[in-house]
Design a protein around this ligand. Structure first.
Ligand SMILES: [Zn+2]
Length: 68
């Protein structure tokens, strides 16, 4: 007689080494997004002009970053 499974669709364990590259990639995308939404203005701007700032302006206000 077999014991019944504890759950019908148990998730498979994912090794940490398989998650690490995706965690680094996701963290990098997050950092880039955070930079462009939150910091890309003034002295910290990588691009001249206000095109990037203007393009992300609504997102900046939506997330509560100080702007003007
Ligand atoms: Zn603003």
């Amino acid at each position: 007689m077999t014991t019944p499974a504890l759950c019908a669709a148990c998730p498979a364990a994912i090794p940490f080494a398989d998650i690490l590259p995706w965690a680094i990639f996701g963290g990098l995308l997050f950092a880039i997004g955070l930079y462009f939404v939150g910091v890309e203005q003034g002295a910290a701007a990588l691009f001249d002009g206000a095109k990037v700032h203007g393009f992300l302006h609504d997102g900046r206000h939506l997330l509560g970053f100080p702007c003007h």
